[in-house]
Design a protein around this ligand. Structure first.
Ligand SMILES: Cc1cc2nc3c(=O)[nH]c(=O)nc-3n(C[C@H](O)[C@H](O)[C@H](O)COP(=O)(O)O)c2cc1C
Length: 354
């Protein structure tokens, strides 16, 4: 029996196999509302056999969007637009997941196919003031963020909780909190972006405080039968930045507040990071966190082949495999992986004659 096509249960949610579509921004929403593009994009990957599809980084507020094309989950229009998508995903016996996010100092950017994409979107051009733990921009092209007051921290906490409640109303069964890639919660964790001297900055314990609060408050409103994931950047890849050892401590704390699985990514806090990108390059982080923090993990990053994914699971390096770009190339990656590993999986009835 292949591990990749074995089922996996977290709380009372059953993943029919171990393949999950990694969250990927489509920069195609208007005022945070997903549309036919999102339905077809996410829906095709559900038809293609993935156990779960995690919708792109979806913001808790207008200011938390990376770009004006990001999806959001702060209002009723967004909830009903997402409901149509989650219903379709569930009809494919696939789990609808949502990545709940706030982009912090990396917000107010242009969409990638804008010719001026490297320059931030200024307030005059329809951008907005960005928020961060400290008034330190990400790079020379980013806007100067506003250092959040304690009141603003509490407001954003409330926005995360409301976003989770809205996501439930929108039909999602799996929530992933975005704590990676140099966005707001990652900015609190990393000593490169958090220079605060109050209860939310300084020691590791204080830098973890806000992300842990978000995790524990979301866990309280998410149904006990369904899991909550956290995506982290397990290292900043920068001397003096966040490390794997910090991640191991943090993930133990995330486990205590009820987080079920750590989606192990890396990087994003610093433009100076030296990232040794290669197949499986992030897998050792998943393996260490799984063993040392005693929590389920997901491996992600340059995993493109069925056997490669199978080997990661067999070696006990992860519990699930998240696949990003290979799913952009091939929406049927999961079905094709099944064929490669000689597995039979249920395909849509409509395609039975193929
Ligand atoms: C177009 C695109 C959009 C992405 N958007 C997100 C996102 O919304 N949230 C996130 O955590 N990661 C995002 N990522 C990162 C992917 O989820 C994934 O972690 C990364 O691409 C590495 O996996 P891969 O090699 O399988 O693509 C994005 C990647 C791509 C290519």
């Amino acid at each position: 029996m292949n591990q990749l096509f074995s089922s996996f249960v977290l709380r009372e949610l059953k993943f029919k196999n171990r393949i999950v579509v990694s969250p990927m921004c489509q920069y195609s929403a208007t005022e945070g509302v997903p549309n036919a593009w999102h339905l077809v994009h996410l829906g095709s990957r559900a038809v293609g056999g993935a156990a779960a599809v995690i919708c792109e980084a979806t913001s808790v507020s207008p200011e938390g969007r990376i770009s004006p094309g990001d999806t959001g989950i702060w209002n009723e229009i967004q909830i009903s637009a997402f409901l149509e998508i989650t219903e379709f995903i569930k009809m494919q016996n696939c789990i609808p997941g949502i990545q709940i996010a706030h982009a912090g100092r990396k917000a107010s950017t242009r969409i990638p196919w804008d010719p001026k994409k490297t320059q931030a979107l200024t307030v005059e051009e329809g951008g907005w003031t960005t928020l961060a733990p400290s008034a330190v921009p990400f790079d020379a092209n980013s806007l100067m963020p506003k250092e959040m007051t304690e009141k603003e921290i509490q407001e954003v906490l409330a926005q995360f909780v409301q976003a989770a409640k809205n996501a439930l109303q929108a039909g999602f069964q799996l929530a992933e909190i975005h704590m990676a890639h140099g966005y707001l919660l990652n900015e609190f964790l990393s000593p490169l972006s958090n220079l605060r001297t109050d209860q939310f900055g300084g020691s590791l314990e204080k830098r973890m405080r806000f992300p842990l609060l978000v995790a524990s408050e979301i866990r309280k409103v998410w149904p006990a039968i369904w899991p909550v994931f956290a995506r982290i950047s397990a290292t900043d890849w920068v001397e003096g930045g966040w490390t794997l050892q910090d991640s191991i401590i943090f993930c133990k704390e995330l486990k205590k507040v009820g987080i079920d699985l750590i989606d192990c990514s890396t990087g994003g806090s610093s433009p100076n990071a030296k990232i040794p990108s290669a197949p499986n390059y992030q897998v050792p982080f998943s393996e260490s966190i799984r063993k040392e923090s005693q929590i389920a993990t997901g491996a992600v990053g340059l995993i493109t082949e069925a056997q490669q994914a199978e080997d990661i699971l067999r070696q006990g390096q992860a519990d699930i495999i998240l696949v990003g770009r290979q799913f952009l190339r091939d929406p049927y990656f999961a079905s094709h992986a099944a064929r490669t590993l000689n597995e039979t999986i249920n395909r849509p009835k409509q395609y039975g004659r193929s």
